[in-house]
Write a protein that binds this ligand. Structure first.
Ligand code: 0O2
Length: 202
């Protein structure tokens, strides 16, 4: 299977994925390292755990069709081929992590989308940061886009379940189910906020 990229070059998917895989691997190590630094200092880490993945070929193909994307613009238009997720215990930690990311000099932030305070219509909450990450290849540096999603553990539970149910229904949830999930997302956020309130009284 091959993919048409810039200048009509035909490149195999496997080769296309190499810098993205490298970016995800490096970012996971670096962000998990931050967590370890807090722990070694005996401090409470705002980062609870980190996951990462490279978007699957089928998921990319599906998004090309759904969003009418041009294959030649794939690396520019698809910002989350490389994706890293940072989970926090508390809502306020999301913003501590965002500050940590803004202070870094090993990548450049291109865009931020705050779906934590401004939930998507589905009820989805998460803070999205699109970065330009330089990967060292043997032929020189290659900058790739990557999306870092920062969310609480509770938001992650909701998003994981909703994603799973949506996938099982061919990416389109039955209206009743979608409604129930939106209500659940709101209750989930209320729960997150109550946790913060309780924490503030300690
Ligand atoms: P996957 O399978 O996780 O890779 P959009 O038009 O929503 O795709 P938008 O509005 O620009 O894109 O948002 P953005 O910042 O690109 O975020 C898209 C990603 O955020 C999604 O990737 C999901 O990971 C997550 N996301 C956004 N909305 C929802 C939602 O309603 N429910 C869940 N569970 N996740 C969401 P993909 O490629 O859609 O999916």
């Amino acid at each position: 299977v091959s993919i048409r990229l810039e200048r009509g070059v035909v490149m195999e998917w496997e080769r296309f994925f190499v810098p993205y895989q490298q970016a995800v691997t490096e970012l996971k190590v670096k962000l998990r390292g931050l967590r370890d630094q807090y722990e070694k200092e005996g401090k409470n880490s705002p980062i609870e755990f980190v996951t990462g993945r490279v978007k699957s070929k089928s998921s990319i193909e599906e998004k090309i069709v759904r969003r009418h994307l041009e294959e030649s613009r794939l690396a520019l238009d698809l910002q989350d081929i490389a994706g890293v997720r940072i989970m926090t215990k508390y809502v306020e930690d999301v913003y501590t992590v965002v500050e940590l990311l803004r202070d870094r000099t090993d990548f450049q932030i291109l865009e931020e989308r705050d779906y934590v305070m401004n939930a998507k219509p589905s009820g989805y909450r998460s803070y999205h940061i699109v970065i330009e990450y330089p990967v060292q290849m043997y032929g020189g540096e290659k900058k790739v886009l990557a999306e870092i999603q920062v969310r609480t553990i509770a938001m992650n539970v909701w998003a994981t379940i909703e994603h799973d149910l949506r996938y099982k229904h061919g990416d389109e949830l039955p209206a009743e189910m979608a409604e129930q999930l939106t209500i659940l997302a709101e209750e989930n956020f209320e729960w997150d906020q109550r946790v913060s309130e309780i924490r503030a009284t300690e």
